[in-house]
Design a protein around this ligand. Structure first.
Ligand SMILES: Cc1cc2nc3c(=O)[nH]c(=O)nc-3n(C[C@H](O)[C@H](O)[C@H](O)COP(=O)(O)OP(=O)(O)OC[C@H]3O[C@@H](n4cnc5c(N)ncnc54)[C@H](O)[C@@H]3O)c2cc1C
Length: 530
């Protein structure tokens, strides 16, 4: 491998994902600073990225890191972990659901983890600054930010019918999951614009690309942070088979996400000394929390075969409907599959929700199975506050080798119990009018008597069929605890001029989807940095 010379910038950003694109835009608005944005993946030119209903085709493609966890002892299998690898990162490959969690999530970051300045009242302005919501406004929503959020341009009749059944069952209808309270049932808003995916590359990066002070390099894999004593001086990266170095006069900003940011710190000798010795990496800064505290949301499905409805989304993906989407931005190609859902409490009756439901008229069986070749409806249950904590560790000192991802799913038995309670709610709701009329039979769990299944059988179902809900966080946790990696300004402990700005800094996973909170984190960080 050949080496080329050193280039100089003020800021070097690693990763053009949900957070990295925000920083690239906000920092380069000051034309006196030179910003370099490095992205391991390629440009986001593939039309499949932009068609909401094509999201399943991105799994395992060139836009996916296609990670797998290590074998998980409790369920006895490894789990597939997709992560976006293109401009926009996972915001270019995700399910586009727009939620934020609730007040308690952020107040507990502040009060229980020492994340000063990250309580709900502190962070709400940054959600609003980022957002351009097509239906909702103040006091919770922004209307002139870069990130378009809209009601989906297509909703299948079964999703609407499930929502009516959830209300019939006793849930409040909630038309704003990101407003005063997320509790209740409703149709999800999505990060789309006129029916087209709206990633952070669309929202933030594309409008900034013409600036002479912003350099964007795709297919550029950062391999190491170069340290000058205790100061972060530059980034070494691979591109076109060459090793290059970019020097940062001001700061290096890691935005590689919850797997790759801790990986890069570890590759650079910043982490637990014993773990680094084990893989033959010299310790530069002992920081045991790097890669620990991994948290993720799991989801488990109930799938029914349905009758008497129009075709399900999968069967509506015809050339005519594609043309309709291209021309008008609506129709079935504008579906994100996870069209409808709810936030509710199933274990202790308090108002703070402990599960999220996400479903639609398709086989959303994310552990791999395709589902039957017949009409189906899926409702997934996602426990919101997993107690299990896992790790991201290096398998080897080779920067191109995937790290060892070990979420330790179900190590804490209570995580499975919440799932079982949530699935009972899912099955109860399905019996209510008008949705019950559409049910032909249960496909998953496969049982003639779904309600007759005891807790042990449902727990078995959970272990067999649950899959990641794609929300890993916490591996470079913000706070003041023993395992904290960054302080409340997101600066890495023990290293000057180095911050982590992405989903990995969340000390605990929020009660919902993690894209909007990651964008909020980057908006707030940009103000501190710039
Ligand atoms: C399939 C899927 C579905 C999801 N659905 C939803 C949803 O519906 N709603 C929601 O709110 N959230 C959802 N999420 C989660 C949400 O998208 C993520 O939490 C969020 O995008 C994380 O942002 P990030 O900036 O931390 O990382 P990412 O957006 O993943 O960005 C990291 C970027 O860094 C790049 N990178 C990594 N390592 C290097 C390196 N060494 N050198 C250079 N570049 C590097 C990556 O290629 C990537 O582009 C989903 C995620 C996935 C994967």
């Amino acid at each position: 491998m050949t080496s080329t010379g050193i280039e100089g910038f003020d800021y070097v950003i690693v990763g053009a994902g949900s957070a990295g694109c925000v920083l690239a835009d906000r920092l380069s608005r000051d034309d006196r600073v030179r910003v370099l944005l490095l992205e391991a993946g390629g440009p986001d030119t593939d039309e499949l990225i932009h068609i909401p209903a094509a999201l399943g085709m991105l799994f395992g493609s060139h836009t996916d890191w296609s990670y797998r966890t290590v074998e998980q002892p409790q369920p006895g299998r490894a789990f597939s972990w997709p992560r976006g690898k293109t401009l926009g990162g996972s915001s270019s490959t995700n399910v586009m659901i727009y939620t934020r969690g609730n007040r308690h999530d952020y107040d507990s970051w502040r009060d229980e983890h020492g994340a000063k300045g990250w309580g709900y009242d502190d962070i709400l302005p940054y959600f609003m600054k980022s957002e351009s919501n097509h239906r909702l406004g103040e006091p919770y929503h922004g209307s002139d930010g870069p990130l378009h959020v809209e009601d989906r341009a297509y909703t299948h009749e079964l999703s609407q019918s499930w929502l009516d059944a959830a209300v019939e069952w006793g849930m409040d209808r909630n038309d704003d999951f990101a407003g005063a309270s997320c509790v209740g049932a409703g149709l999800y808003q999505v990060t789309c614009h006129h029916g087209r995916r709206w990633s952070t590359a669309d929202a933030y990066l594309r409008p900034a690309l013409g600036r002479p002070n912003l350099t964007v390099r795709t297919s550029a894999v950062a391999t190491k942070i170069t340290l000058d004593g205790s100061r972060a001086a530059g980034i070494t990266y691979l591109r076109d088979g060459q090793e290059r170095t970019a020097h940062a006069d001001r700061e290096i900003l890691l935005c590689g996400g919850s797997i790759n940011s801790p990986q890069l710190l570890l590759l650079s000798g910043i982490g637990d000394p014993d773990e680094l010795h084990d893989v033959g990496i010299d310790v530069r800064v002992p920081l045991p929390g790097v890669g620990r505290n991994l948290q993720d949301h799991l989801m488990a499905p109930v799938v029914w075969e349905t009758r008497n409805s129009t075709d399900i989304v999968r069967d509506l993906l015809t050339p005519d409907n594609l043309e309709r989407w291209r021309t008008h931005g609506d129709g079935p190609f504008a579906s994100n599959y996870g069209e409808v859902g709810a936030f509710l409490n199933v274990t202790d009756g308090q108002s703070r929700p402990d599960v999220q439901l996400v479903g639609g008229a398709t086989a959303l069986i994310l552990s791999g199975e395709e589902g039957p070749d017949r009409p189906v409806f899926t409702m997934n249950c996602v426990p919101l506050h997993p107690q299990t904590r896992g790790t991201v560790r290096l398998a080897s000192p080779d920067p191109q080798a995937p790290p060892l991802i070990d979420p330790r799913y179900f190590d804490v038995p209570a995580d499975a119990s919440v799932m079982v309670a949530g699935l009972r709610a899912v099955m109860d709701i399905a019996h209510r009018a008008p949705f019950a009329e559409y049910l032909a039979r249960s496909y998953l769990p496969a049982s003639d008597d779904l309600d007759g299944l005891d807790d042990a059988a449902l727990e078995e179902h959970v272990r067999r069929w649950s899959a990641t809900a794609y929300h890993p966080v916490g591996t470079c946790a913000m706070g003041t605890g023993h395992d904290s990696v960054v302080n409340s300004d997101l600066e890495v402990y023990g290293v000057e001029r180095l911050r982590v700005v992405d989903a990995s800094v969340m000390p605990t996973v929020i009660s919902g989807n993690t894209n909007a909170p990651t964008i909020m984190i980057a908006e707030k960080a940009a103000e501190r940095i710039g």
